[in-house]
Design a protein around this ligand. Sequence first.
Ligand code: AGP
Length: 619
Amino acid sequence: MCGIVGYVGRVEDDGALDVVMEGLARLEYRGYDSAGVALVTGDHTSTRKKSGKLANLRAELEADPLPPSTTGIGHTRWATHGGPTDENAHPHRGGADGKLALIHNGIIENFHSLKGSLLNRGTVFTSETDTEVVAHLLAAAYEQHGELTDAMRAVVADLEGAFTLLAIHADQPGVVVGARRNSPLVVGLGDGANYLGSDVAAFIGHTRQALELDQDQIVTITADSVTVTGFDGSPAEGRAFEVTWDAAAAEKGGYTTFMEKEIHDQPHAVADTLLGRTDADGRLTLDEMDITEQQLQQIDRIIVVACGTAAYAGLVAKYAIERWTRIPVEVALAHEFRYCDPIVDDRTLVVSISQSGETMDTLMAVKHARLLGALTISVCNTHGSTIPRESDAVLYTHAGPEIAVASTKAFLAQITACYVLGLYLAQLRGGSFADDAQAVMKQLGEVPDKIETLLGRMDRVKEIAGFMADTRSVLFLGRHVGYPVAMEGALKLKELAYIHAEGFAAGELKHGPIALIEPGQPVFVIVPSPSSEHGLHGKVVSNIQEIRARGARTIVIAEEGDEAVEPFADEVIRVPVTAPLLAPLLTVVPLQVFALWLSTAKGLDVDQPRNLAKSVTVE
Ligand code: AGP
């Protein structure tokens, strides 16, 4: 979750500091608690670093300016080893001569033993971080090899864990060297300048031509060259791609927060994720699918691995994929999957869902699944990220950059992509749903307009949030596909308004949770469509009666025209009619909007809630 920026420009362009600081500003969304920069300045490197937000670093730079430079690195840190202090902020210097500076994203798992050997050699440490250990190792290796890339290669051979490293050395001005293992690093290709970043936002203001790096690779950039090698020194090629969104897209577009903008981006997120998924005959085609149709036809089990909101997207998709393919679908929290001795073989398809493509828990689950012989597909929103590279195939969502820490449009895009995957599998396997695939794709194609319509009637939700600014607990009830929506609504409230919120399966109410109901207790109820099977609609209306009878304040999400809920609802929020399995793409929207405005009413930081990071790249 740390933000990383590297830059080298031509001699006459000494704007390294401005480029690095701009890149860090674009990476702020990743969540951080300290920041710093380092430049090659004459016969040493110069650093400035401060705990807290970038504003603190800017103040430091104004009070104590850095000299101009063509070569620089910058870092926003989310504390892991060592608290968010000035001393623990990156960059870290290595050696005693102040010539080398290093920044790092990830965790060096063997840093204790490495630090012990350095201490035995009399190394003096100024921080509690694992990063400083690497900085000293790198400085020592530079003394030995006399060249930064060679020194980096020697050091990474001894490191265990996940890391992205960027280093500069005063004896090699005009050079930045990076290395990555299980942690993000992409290259920005400029004209007379080159860039490195933990994601493309770091350099999107300067270039949209980028290079994707593979696992265990080292990249050396100068103003006019980019050289990629393996950790073993073997020549390698990055994979060129063009960033399809520009700097403006990552701005707020006139909304008060990125989250509000992204909630309103949802019609496009769903529509764009559906684009190009069918051929001229209306049959589903998945061009990124590097798994053969024969392999997919042999699948007899699907396991979804994900975390947080992405896991709830998987829970929603489970109902539809099982219905369409008759393949059992299990949704496993990624951080549990690895340790539960999962039953996996070569007929198991493991589908990872991740907006960032860098969530370490999910990445490790994918790697574990592959070790066990499973086929793996990544549903991911971030090109050039690690999880797709570690998977057999990828199904990109096209939600565009999701900047707010609280995931919204990625959630809808993930559900959409999983529906497309389920329909594709149904089509491949034949059976009763193969013919329905096209009909369902048509229904999915109508959802963006329905979301747009729904977004136009959120004023009442905003008002309700204003009234409830002091509420201390909210419950969410749902059934069938509405159950994961209830849990997602609760998660949004927890992470945005910092209050207790819990999502329940409505049928579970009488088995305990109804004891929580007391006069005035706000309860959101996601009501299935009256056209749902198995009488689910009537059952949930009964649930509303049960909690209303005990004094609950019922806020009901119900389909247009569903009059049965009126007598028992204090508030009714109407969603357009759609197929029951597709309803989560609509019913979650009022819950997102509610959490947004409750957080706003409480004066909280909607886009960067406390303690959270946009991408959890540590286990
Ligand atoms: C969602 O609002 C949270 N920010 C969090 O639960 C997130 O969904 C989870 O960390 C997974 O992130 P990913 O999709 O990038 O893997």
